[in-house]
Design a binder for this molecule. Structure first.
Ligand SMILES: [Zn+2]
Ligand SMILES: [Zn+2]
Ligand SMILES: [Zn+2]
Ligand SMILES: [Zn+2]
Ligand SMILES: [Zn+2]
Ligand SMILES: [Zn+2]
Length: 510
């Protein structure tokens, strides 16, 4: 029991948003919300220090799966190089589409001409008689690089306060200016704004500054309902600090609203973290990607630990002893020597990098829809890579989803050996993924889902007494149902998950 925030009477009911304030009645809650709780109703604080800049800390204990924040983008739109999409609703466009009758940019139809996202930019471009050169070839288009910067520039008039806030974000322009991408922007974006649209009161430097702010602060988001990747500035979301193993996930729903949720228990006072890196990349690859995209050197616990929490996920096998693996002597220096943890055999950093980039190339070319190709990949790199290597985990994850779910490998087609293989892969995966992507992550949940499916398939082939069989199956189905509900929290691709769930439910009844 605590006291009502409005009248002080002892109350049991608390605000479900922040779990921090109590109310005696719905009326007092509504009154407090209007009085200002609306802006304070958060389960986190934003703090600031010299190393991290701004970062987010839990104001109370946060349970796994809780929504930490929801917000609309300050600006959203196509990526610098993008698939053809509608500038009104951001729907991906294939084949036939409609050209805006005013500015000629591809739209899904006439109704999107007046979309709130498109109407201002449409006016500016059509006044200058803009004609698009985009053709429906299915290729990526670089013309889209002008859209989001233009939307930001227009905010100077339409949302001056927001623009003010946005223009204070870091751009790292000094580091970006000498990159190829910025040569391209200088040759395309700048003349488009200055010479073609003739937007007044803005300089080349200011335009590039905006491009830098966007590149540093935008979240790339997959809009699953629109089948397209986009990018947007989400102010609160951007306050989370990065670590390569984070405790949140986020997605943007069909209303373009960002949702950040906790994947694990976060204790009061702990940092609320996001990750800009892919968990199944090596330390060198992750740090390089972060450096290029976000202009900082990651020194997170995973990156600084040569064993990566004892997963050895960036390691290669030792060529001189049994079971030994090599780890970097200094993971924060790319060319540092690598040493075997057993026999101390040493290999030059450049040699390791060479081998890893060959394996990465081969993995990029791998057809991950083919069971045979994936199994062959694992066989051919067994000599070099431990089971826990990110490359192996990546392929094992593909295999765990393929067995049972693709043509030629549906449940009824699988031999007992193949089911055992699926089970073995799932078990191995779990020991690695629960460290690299802990908690409510798609990869962990999907693996657990498939593990229980494999268990059911095995039980069904064991010819135990009927009672026993149905009891065992029911217990696995209960686990699957639990995982299915979490999967629905953790991702927005709900139709796919629903289908898989339906399929296994039917299978278990057969
Ligand atoms: Zn009250
Ligand atoms: Zn609240
Ligand atoms: Zn549209
Ligand atoms: Zn238009
Ligand atoms: Zn890191
Ligand atoms: Zn060795």
């Amino acid at each position: 029991m605590e006291n009502c925030a409005v009248c002080g009477v002892e109350s049991k009911q608390k605000c479900s948003g922040c779990n921090l304030v109590f109310y005696c009645s719905r009326d007092h809650q509504v009154a407090d919300w209007k009085k200002g709780h609306k802006t304070n109703c958060k389960c986190y604080d934003i703090l600031c220090n010299d190393i991290l800049g701004r970062y987010m800390v839990a104001k109370r204990d946060i349970k796994p799966g809780e929504i930490i924040l929801r917000e609309k983008p300050i600006v959203i739109g196509p990526k610098t190089i993008s698939n053809v999409l509608c500038l009104g609703c951001h729907q991906s466009l294939y084949g036939n589409y409609y050209n805006c009758s005013k500015c000629t940019w591809p739209l899904c139809g006439k109704s999107c001409e007046t979309s709130e996202y498109h109407v201002e930019e449409c006016k500016i471009m059509s006044e200058k008689n803009f004609k698009t050169s985009i053709k429906a070839t299915g290729k990526l288009e670089s013309s889209y690089c002008v859209i989001v910067p233009l939307r930001v520039i227009m905010m100077r008039k339409t949302q001056p306060k927001m623009y003010e806030k946005l223009s204070k974000l870091v751009s790292h322009l000094d580091q970006r200016i000498s990159t190829k991408l910025y040569d391209v922007l200088r040759a395309n974006l700048v003349p488009f704004i200055l010479s073609f649209l003739r937007i007044p009161d803005i300089t080349e430097k200011e335009i590039l500054e905006i491009a830098g702010i966007l590149d540093t602060n935008c979240f790339e988001v997959f809009l699953s309902s629109k089948k397209v990747k986009a990018r947007g500035i989400f102010f609160e979301t951007a306050m989370m600090a990065h670590e390569c193993i984070s405790n949140t996930k986020h997605f943007v729903d069909e209303n373009l609203e960002m949702r950040v949720f906790s994947t694990q228990q976060i204790k009061k006072g702990e940092m609320i973290l996001t990750s800009y890196s892919h968990p199944l990349k090596t330390t060198i690859e992750r740090r390089m990607a972060i450096k290029i995209a976000k202009c900082f050197d990651c020194v997170c616990p995973r990156c600084t630990d040569p064993t990566e929490k004892n997963t050895f996920s960036s390691s290669i096998k030792c060529s001189t002893c049994e079971d030994g693996v090599l780890t970097s002597c200094d993971p924060l220096t790319n060319l540092s020597e690598w040493k075997c943890i057993k026999c101390e055999h040493k290999v030059a950093g450049a040699k390791v990098i060479q081998l890893m980039s060959e394996i990465r190339n081969s993995l990029d070319r791998l057809n991950k829809r083919s069971v045979v190709d994936c199994e062959n990949f694992m066989k051919s790199y067994k000599k070099f890579l431990p089971d826990s290597s990110v490359f192996m985990v990546d392929v094992k994850y593909a295999l765990c989803m393929l067995y049972g779910n693709v043509e030629g490998y549906f449940y009824e087609d699988l031999s007992l050996d193949q089911i055992q293989r699926k089970l073995q892969i799932c078990n191995q995966l779990l020991s690695e993924l629960t460290i690299l992507e802990p908690g409510i992550s798609n990869s962990v949940l999907n693996t657990k889902f498939e593990l229980n499916v494999a268990e059911i398939l095995i039980i069904k082939r064991q010819f135990k007494p009927k009672d026993e069989t149905s009891k065992l199956i029911a217990s696995h189905m209960a686990k699957i149902t639990e995982i299915y509900n979490l999967l629905r929290v953790a991702s927005d691709g709900k139709a796919l998950i629903d289908n898989r769930f339906k399929k296994i439910k039917e299978e278990s009844l057969l």
